[in-house]
Design a binder for this molecule. Structure first.
Ligand code: GDP
Length: 362
């Protein structure tokens, strides 16, 4: 089995890391996501960014384009095939993305409003990230609100800062220093990304503006370098199935469906799946694996692309019978030829207590 695992470590079997965005309300999480998704019309479908179910996929080509301005010397190494960013920022999707106590979110962006510093939900996010031992970076967002900021759209942060007046530079330093202090009160060492020589010990601050796009190339660059540095190498290859239910939804013509994140492995049409239900385990067959139509065809309502097979990491909608009582946050398992269905049912149901506690709290 070990040999098989080694053989599987070919370039064709690389999987993409999963990224979540967390932070206090109104810090700009949604806007940041919109901004990184934004494609330059002239470039067409910027390197194939695709909208999935509950997530956006950034192939490495798109990330290369978007980091070009801070990669003039071509020093960034790109080993990952791409990055899957979860579309619903916040605690909910982060906490749902877990399996046996560990997080399936491989890296996170904690967004802080540079004008406000740490806020209650920032502290909560820090606790969650620490509990799950998830590596993260801090986006110090809304730098364009520093008084007198002169924007250079989509520029690297360091260059933009160097072109600001002394007063703006000072205000930036002051606010950053205050935020650093607030983080150190939480027991976290932080450092501005280009001064950070040890990403294992210091959390990187990356100043951004979701309005002007400044700092976003730096943020993407950091996500790539940090995942490659901190994600255990084995996590970068397709292996055992890991799949989590993010949402349960009724869709006209399809009945009750589940939106899942496949964080590792392969799912096929017809697979026998087992997941957690309110009235006991659910065992059913995958009728359809669906993703949205490409952006330009999105207006054709209710049209999905059908897939015979999907590979991690991606967000996909599953249509199947008997999903009415499925629970968000449940693990999904596939019954293999050697597996005993009842064993798997027991396994998924062992998560139930944790899931129900969560349902009651929310
Ligand atoms: P979320 O609740 O964290 O998802 O925050 P939103 O993305 O909805 O943003 C909250 C508000 O802040 C909106 O009015 C945004 O237009 C504004 N906003 C977000 N990012 C920036 C930014 O970088 N600069 C400025 N000036 N405003 C921003």
């Amino acid at each position: 089995q070990h040999e098989a695992a080694l053989a599987a470590r070919s370039k064709d079997n690389l999987r993409s890391p999963i990224c979540c965005i967390l932070g206090h309300v109104d810090t700009g999480k949604t806007k940041l996501l919109d901004k990184i998704r934004q494609t330059n019309v002239q470039e067409g479908e910027a390197g194939g960014i695709t909208q999935q179910i509950g997530a956006t996929y950034f192939p490495v080509e798109a990330i290369k384009q978007k980091t070009e301005v801070v990669n003039q010397d071509k020093s960034i190494e790109f080993n990952i095939p791409g990055l899957l960013v979860i579309d619903t920022p916040g605690h909910e999707s982060f906490t749902n993305l877990r399996s046996r106590g560990s997080s399936l979110c491989n890296i996170a962006i904690l967004v802080v409003d540079i004008m406000h510093g740490l806020e209650p939900q920032t502290l909560e996010s820090i606790r969650l990230l620490r509990d799950r031992k998830t590596p993260f970076i801090v986006a110090l967002n809304k730098i364009d609100r520093l008084y007198g900021w002169e924007a250079i759209p989509n520029n690297g942060f360091q260059d933009s800062l160097s072109k600001q007046s002394k007063a703006v530079q000072n205000e930036f330093r002051d606010r950053m220093t205050q935020t650093k202090l607030a983080f150190s009160e939480q027991g976290l060492n932080t450092e501005l990304f280009y001064d950070n020589k040890n990403m294992g010990r210091y959390v990187s601050f990356v100043p951004t503006s979701a309005h002007t796009g400044e700092g976003i190339p730096d943020m993407l660059k950091l996500l790539v370098t940090l995942t490659q540095q901190r994600m255990a190498e084995k996590l970068m290859y397709l292996s055992e199935l890991e799949c989590t239910v993010l949402e349960v939804k009724v869709i006209e013509g399809l009945g009750t469906t589940i939106d899942v994140v496949l964080s590792n492995g392969v799912l096929k049409e017809g697979d026998r799946i087992v997941l957690c239900g309110l009235n006991g385990p659910i065992a059913t067959n995958v009728r359809a694996l669906l993703t949205p139509q490409p952006l330009k065809e999105l207006r054709i309502k209710g049209q999905y692309v059908h897939h015979k097979e999907v590979k991690a990491a991606l967000g996909v909608k599953i249509a199947a019978n008997d999903l009415e009582n499925a629970i968000a946050g449940s693990r999904l398992l596939v019954v293999g030829p050697e597996d005993d269905e009842e064993d798997l049912e027991e396994e998924v149901m062992s998560d139930l207590e944790g899931l129900l506690n969560k349902v009651e709290k929310s």
